[in-house]
Design a protein. Structure first.
Length: 365
């Protein structure tokens, strides 16, 4: 299969409209189209078409028991997908849509094909904030099931080039709308049946603080920690190793909550230096991921050192994270050490992705 690519930055407005119309027609015909959102690139298909959705799983190599998020462009589509939308969910929609928030709702029977929900009685729904994504969904006139547009387990794509690196020849087309903005996926939440708690199933572009400010009468409960061990995922992104580079990645964090930020960083770097010396003796190619400038004296023995920006600017780290993990692959890094980031604000989502990428390899120093 030849994958068609529309580079919209090089198009006139008329050419861009034709590209969106062609991509929408592909979706209506059961094709699979990658497109940008404000979080990462999505891999879209008609959520009602079982064969089209099966094509997503095949292209990604995604396990069949991992549900998909359905993307919409109009509020009315949420009512068509969900058997019920409660007042708390409607308030969250009003506050955060369009935007990086996915709501897990009871699915209306027959609204989507069974593969989208992986047999669950719920469906994840969101309205993306990217104008190109909204234009595409509106033009297609259907709900679009869309996980991240990468091979399953790999770092998510934040550019069309990342999509093509994983899926060229596996999908019908790519709408290249430039780099994604936020850089990590949407926050996934579910409101409990009593309407008193918002369960965060996956941290993402909407932080816990933002949820609390939007619903101060609600308890915000982080359920993402136990997600990797869940026998049945409650939402997309809650099962299997995700976001992983090919090299073995270990997160190194300070286990002493009383340590100052400077002391904690020094402990982390001391451990990484020790590991680099040992690996250097074995001839392994190594990488280090930092949140802040490389320390004075450097990191002798590291073949690749990448800085995602200051620890107090997690939004910058989020934008650059997946590209950095892919860079380690390009450099052939076999062993990678990632400095831990404070898990506040968007840092919670960044660290969630790193923990998933590490597959349980976490060292406390």
């Amino acid at each position: 299969m030849e994958t068609k690519v529309w580079q919209l930055a090089a198009c006139t407005p008329e050419q861009a409209e034709r590209a969106v119309a062609e991509a929408a027609a592909l979706l209506r015909e059961g094709g699979i189209v990658a497109f940008p959102t404000e979080t990462v690139y999505g891999l879209g298909a008609d959520a009602r078409n079982g064969a089209a959705v099966a094509g997503i799983f095949a292209a990604k190599g995604r396990p069949q028991d991992n549900p998909l998020i359905v993307h919409i462009a109009e509020m009315a589509q949420a009512d068509a997908l969900a058997a019920e939308v409660g007042p708390v969910e409607r308030a969250l929609m009003a506050r955060f849509w369009p935007g990086p928030l996915t709501l897990v709702l009871p699915v209306r029977p027959g609204a989507v094909c069974e593969a989208v929900t992986a047999g669950l009685d719920t469906v994840g729904v969101r309205m993306p904030a990217h104008p190109l994504a909204l234009r595409l969904i509106r033009a297609a006139g259907l709900p679009v099931a869309a996980p991240s547009a990468n091979r399953s387990g790999r770092p998510s794509p934040t550019t069309a080039a990342h999509v093509l690196a994983d899926l060229d020849g596996r999908i019908a087309a790519v709408l290249d709308g430039g780099p994604a903005g936020i850089g990590v996926e949407s926050t996934v939440v579910r409101v409990d049946e009593a309407g008193r708690r918002i369960h965060v199933l996956r941290p993402g572009g909407v932080t816990a603080d933002e949820l609390f400010r939007a619903a101060p009468h609600m308890d915000i409960v982080d359920r993402s920690e136990s997600a990797a061990d869940a026998a049945v995922p409650r939402s997309p992104g809650m099962k299997y190793t995700h976001y992983a580079p090919r090299g073995a990645l270990t997160v190194v964090r300070c286990g002493d909550p009383a340590a100052s930020p400077a002391e904690a960083r020094e402990r982390i770097l001391r451990h990484i230096r020790r590991e680099l010396r040992a690996l250097g003796e074995r001839g392994a190619k190594t990488g280090v991921l930092l949140f802040g400038m490389e320390p004075a004296g450097g990191l002798d023995g590291a073949d690749v050192v990448l800085d995602l920006g200051p620890a107090d600017r997690p939004e910058e780290a989020a934008r650059r994270l997946y590209a950095a993990l892919r860079h380690f692959d390009d450099a052939g890094a076999e062993v990678i050490f990632a400095e831990a980031l404070p898990e506040t604000g968007l840092g919670r989502a960044v660290m969630n992705r790193l923990y998933k990428a590490a597959g349980g390899r976490v060292t406390d120093v």
